[in-house]
Design a protein around this ligand. Sequence first.
Ligand code: URA
Length: 461
Amino acid sequence: MRSVPTTWPVGSRKAVTPTIFDAHDHQFDAPTVIRTKRDGGVLSDAAIDWVIDAYTNGRIADSQMSALLMAIFLRGMTGHEIARWTAAMVASGERMDFTDLRRDGKPLALVDKHSTGGVGDKITIPLVPVVMACGGAVPQAAGRGLGHTGGTLDKLEAIPGFTAEISKDQIRQQLCDMGAAIFAAGELAPADRKIYALRDVTGTTESLPLIASSVMSKKIAEGARALVLDTKVGSGAFLKTEAESRELAETMVALGTEHGLITRALLTDMNRPLGRTVGNAVEVQESLDVLAGGGPPDVVELTLALAAEMLDAAGLDGRDPAQTLRDGSAMDCFRRLVTAQGGDLSQPLPVGAHTETITAPRNGTMGDIDAMAVGLTVWRLGAGRAAPGERVQAGAGLRIHRRPGEPVAAGEVLFTLYTDTPERFTGAIAEMDGAWSVGDTAPDIGPLIIDRIAGGREEQS
Ligand code: URA
């Protein structure tokens, strides 16, 4: 079995001097832990356990945790530190167990997916009902927007009435009755909830140890038996290069495997936004298009690739995921799920009260569109947060009218921007400067699915 590498700091930009901070016999204190990491040291297991517990329970201030997160961002962590930090985050809350649940007398095929964060990444919304329709059971602890990336919960809450704050009993009931529940992590890995919110506003999101531990602590605690990770690569991903993203995927697969989960990862391209919409309600609408058998080809391709991985990892080989989009069974599952969680799909989805457009300067072919710039544009329009706990705008977003490689006529609308607060347009439109072009030839675009990484026994076969 592959284990998390221990020799070199993971995600570090500088080499680590291996001074061990291990205060077995005396009291831990936050300044010493911060200085140890700031100076390139390695935190002991006991120090990590103490920090996570003390922060979760309010004995370390946000300012101190922010400093430690920045030190981790700059110095990285060894594989052993990441494994211990993740385990401490799992132990900070409860761990759900659904192994006693049965459907038709059989144990549930408990399987989930998580993305490392992208732009226009609405895949969870069509994917969960596809897997439900194929007989899977998805306990999905979903997240909110982080940095320039959107969050599944912020998107789903754009559906009038939808709530992700559901009880454990309701999660169990939904898993048995319909095969999925999408919920806020709640008491699962509460350390992650606090650290995630702090990272979002302290410039410490783009860190391999912090992403790996954040994703895996929630996923280990949520009670799935199998997990597929969509690890993003490119400008719109937190880690830009393929080498960094591969290391992240391998680290997460190793963490999952060590905690008994069948864990796999796909490396997928995030240089340009997925689909034609980025934001909250606009992405729900596009997901409904996919569930109705249409939608952008890249969103459909990734949904089906992840569904195939999930079904295989869960040992389900009966149904063709593509058929569930064609015959409407995935749409039926989505409607049941949304209704069970209070949502009303008969109500119109919100749309930002104000719009602006960006038009083509000339005839030609749409060039590439930079995912990072689009993510920041949509964040500036109000779809994401600049302060912890801020409300996001359900109707904020951006529509891409011409995808890379499509023909363009001078003066036609290429992008529409939506917000409820029009004073945001100036900053948002400025983010789009230089993020797209119209040229004479189609851009060279690589494959959407770059590679697949499997863990444990699968790796050796
Ligand atoms: N998703 C998470 O849950 N955490 C991260 O840090 C990034 C993506």
